[in-house]
Each structure stands twice: as structure tokens, then as C-alpha cells.
Design a protein around this ligand. Structure first.
Ligand code: GLN
Length: 437
């Protein structure tokens, strides 16, 4: 069966693609790309109905770099513009390969789902604003690496929140992720926030000197005890092979979620202004309609409920009169969160915690949770994203056949430490049998 036929077969069962390409040459490694990353001539809808007619005339920088190495097999499903934790806020909802009644996690749910089931060397390129790589990687039992903010060019990414968005990678092993990062990382003059660092081979980071591990105590409160147990087992395993583990304390963690959602929504509400049916977005018939009516029709029909909620809340947070009380305060907290991580990461090399506080929930149960409950499930992934620091989720066991993720975090530009730590742990853990579809 060709890779394209294989992708179609997988999509029929698990609904993980928004578009599949016809690939003639398979090569040694193939790539999939999250739908919010622009691919020339290929649907790039960011999981939104409003962009269902958007076929970019250019490739994102990361896509240009991928094409030099191997083919792009398709675009993967996501929450609309990245707004969500369960990949349910969109027009096509992927199913978790370990239990098809459950969520793949979000927002990069399609990418993680495909990584778990495609039996061909494959790297999924995804994006995280507040945990969208780690969460689905944990729920689908794959490795998901989010680099330092600015290490990978955002040119050609359909923005969610510019000061938080990071393009990263997923694979079945840390080695694959390190290779994927090597392909896409490095300075790009077309992105003014891109860091001026030379390109580097991250697979060389797999080996290194022994690392010291910190365990942030706040990250083990209010979590599913079955998840906590698997993570503690992983930590004990590392201790038993000689790693030094000590307690760490990230005191501002409890404010990170509120700060993140204010900043993310404020930025998102400005980013979505351009989708009004003129230059971008589905168009409706402009005859006999004023501008206001025309563009509110386009936006009413094109945006989903969560996107509308974020436009309203984000606009509110930026309003004169509220800006100092909400947005500026959130920015100050962001600095405190960064300092918190910096201080603890002077004492240890990496921090370790559960990726998600829960197991992948049933899609039918998600229907009855409130938006606030959905936001709260990001409590462990948001702080490190707010700080723009690199992190990786590695599978660390199963509860009733459902995967659990171990989160490894480090300071800015310390990708080599999280790669090395993940590699050591993977070897100690042993192989994972992925589900067949
Ligand atoms: N769940 C978070 C949110 O909805 C993070 C999503 C993301 O990283 N794109 O904002």
C-alpha cells in the first residue's frame, strides 16, 4: 500500500487529516504539517470553517525546509486556530488511537494521532501556544517537543498569539524529534522574532554529562492519582540508575493560567480581525449589503463558538479602562513566572512533572464540561509555555490502556538537556507497542 493510501485508510478510521497529498516518492522519512502552517497550494484552514477556501500561494519557512528532506503527506486536524485542549473545537474531530471514544488532546490532536499509528518513519510538525504539542503527545503516547520561543521561524504560521506561538515536532522517539528540530530550527530573516542562532544538529544532544533533576511540588497537586503514580515511577527509575532528584518550587504556577488566558486571548482577538471576508476568509455575496453587515455575516458563519468567545474576552481585556487592570497585570505575572523557572533552573538542569493532570477524556464527557474547566486542564503545560522555555512530553506508562506523559522542561535554549534526559528515560523505559489500525 502506498503512503497516500495508508493515510486515507487511517483518516477513514481516525479522522486525523484536513487534507492528504498525493505523494509519489516516499523517501526515508515523511512529514505531516499542522493545518495552521501554510503549505503552498494545499488547504491551510487552521481548523476553521472561515478558512476553508484558503490555499496559500507560499510555503512557511519550516515547510520550505522540510521539503528539502522529504515529502509532506498531509495537513493534520487541530482545534480552530489552536483554541482548545481536546481537539473538539473544530469541524473535524480526530479519535484517540488507543480508545476511539476518547480525545486525542489538543490543539494538535491530528498530529499526535497520526504519529501513533503511521507505520513509516514520520515526523509531525505542530505548534504550541500553551501546551498544544505536549498535551496531545501525552494523550496519544508519542513524544512531543516544543522548542524555546523564537528558535523556529513562525513565518507562514497562522498566528494564535504571537508572543507565545512556537512551532515544534512530534515523533515516536526523542531521536526523531531531535532530527525534526534540526531540520526546522535556525534563524530566518523573514520572522523578526526569530533568534539569531546558527543551525545545529540536535541529534548530537542525545548524549551528554549527567543531569540534575528538579521536581516542582506544585505540579503533583489536584491530579489524577493514577497519572501521578506513573510519573513517580519514572522518576524513581531515573533515581535508581544514578540520577539526582530534588524538590523544586514554582510558586507563581497558580497565577500562570489566568495570566496566560488573558494574554493569549488579547493577542488572538487582534489576530482574528483580518478574517472578515475581504482578503482572508470565506466570502458571501456583497450585493446590497453594507460593510458591517457583510463582514459580520462572514464572521458569524465562519467562526466557531470558542473563537467567538475568545474574540469577545480578548477585546474586553484590551479595552481602555481595563487594560491596566487585566492585560498589564497579566504581563507582570508573566515576568514573575519566568523568574520562577529561571531561579529553579539554576539549581537543577531539568524539571520533571506530569504533562497533563488527567487521562484522555471521553469525547462524550467533554461535551458537558465548561470552557473554564477546559482551560483549567492546561494548568501544567501553560506555565512553561508562558515562559517560552523548551519542553518535551515523553510517554511514561499506561493506565487501563491509556498513555500517560512525563513532562521534561528546561531553561531557554537548553534543548540539548531535555533531549538528553528524554533519551536516557526512553532507554530505561523500553519500547512501546503502538496500536494497529
Ligand atoms: N489549550 C490552550 C488554549 O486553548 C493551548 C492551546 C495551544 O497551545 N494552541 O489556549
Amino acid at each position: 500500500m502506498s503512503i497516500t493510501e495508508d493515510c486515507r485508510r487511517i483518516d477513514e478510521k481516525l479522522s486525523c487529516f484536513t487534507a492528504i497529498s498525493d505523494v509519489s516518492e516516499e523517501g526515508d522519512v515523511v512529514f505531516s504539517v499542522k493545518d495552521c502552517i501554510c503549505t503552498k497550494g494545499m488547504l491551510s484552514s487552521a481548523g476553521s470553517k472561515i478558512l476553508q477556501n484558503y490555499f496559500p500561494v507560499f510555503d512557511a519557512t519550516v515547510v520550505e525546509r522540510l521539503r528539502q528532506i522529504g515529502p509532506i503527506i498531509g495537513k493534520t486536524c487541530q482545534d480552530e486556530f489552536g483554541f482548545g485542549t481536546f481537539c473538539k473545537n473544530t469541524y473535524k474531530i480526530p479519535k484517540n488511537p488507543w480508545d476511539t471514544e476518547r480525545s486525542c488532546g489538543g490543539s494538535s490532536g491530528g498530529a499526535a494521532c497520526l504519529t501513533a499509528v503511521l507505520d513509516h518513519p514520520h515526523i509531525a510538525v505542530a505548534e504550541s501556544t500553551g501546551g498544544s504539542i505536549s498535551c496531545p503527545a501525552a494523550f496519544c503516547g508519542v513524544v512531543g517537543l516544543t522548542p524555546t520561543y523564537g528558535l523556529v521561524s513562525r513565518y507562514g504560521l497562522i498566528d494564535y498569539a504571537n508572543s507565545l506561538d512556537k512551532i515544534g515536532v512530534m515523533g515516536r522517539s526523542i531521536k526523531e524529534c531531535a532530527f525534526g528540530l534540526t531540520v526546522i530550527a535556525g534563524h530566518d530573516p523573514r520572522d523578526s522574532t526569530s533568534l539569531k542562532v546558527k543551525r545545529k544538529d540536535f541529534t548530537e544532544s542525545l548524549m551528554g554529562a549527567p543531569l540534575k533533576i528538579g521536581i516542582p511540588k506544585q505540579y503533583f497537586k489536584n491530579i489524577d492519582p493514577r497519572v501521578g503514580e506513573k510519573v513517580w515511577n519514572a522518576i524513581r527509575k531515573l533515581e535508581s540508575i544514578g540520577f539526582v532528584c530534588q524538590e523544586a518550587s514554582l510558586d507563581y504556577t497558580k497565577y500562570a493560567l489566568a495570566s496566560y488566558y488573558l494574554i493569549a486571548m488579547a493577542e488572538a482577538s487582534t489576530n482574528l480581525a483580518k478574517f472578515c471576508g475581504l482578503r482572508y476568509g470565506t466570502s458571501s455575496n456583497p450585493e446590497e449589503k453594507g460593510f458591517n453587515e457583510y463582514f459580520s455575516n462572514v464572521r458569524t458563519n465562519g467562526f466557531g463558538e470558542e473563537a467567538k468567545r475568545r474574540i469577545i474576552m480578548g477585546t474586553y481585556a484590551r479595552m481602555a479602562g481595563y487594560r491596566d487592570e487585566l492585560y498589564l497585570k497579566a504581563m507582570k505575572i508573566r515576568t514573575l513566572v519566568i523568574n520562577d523557572f529561571k531561579r529553579e533552573l539554576k539549581k537543577v538542569d531539568v524539571l520533571m512533572a506530569p504533562t497533563m493532570p488527567m487521562l484522555p477524556p471521553k469525547l462524550s464527557d467533554i461535551a458537558s464540561i465548561t470552557p473554564l474547566q477546559e482551560y483549567q486542564s492546561d494548568v501544567l503545560t501553560v506555565p512553561v509555555n508562558l515562559a517560552g522555555m523548551p519542553h518535551v512530553s515523553v510517554p511514561c506508562g499506561f493506565v487501563d490502556g491509556l498513555p500517560v506523559g512525563l513532562h521534561i522542561m528546561s531553561d531557554h535554549m537548553q534543548e540539548s538537556k531535555i533531549i538528553q534526559m528524554a533519551y536516557v528515560y526512553e532507554k530505561a523505559r523500553g519500547k512501546i507497542e503502538y496500536p494497529k489500525v
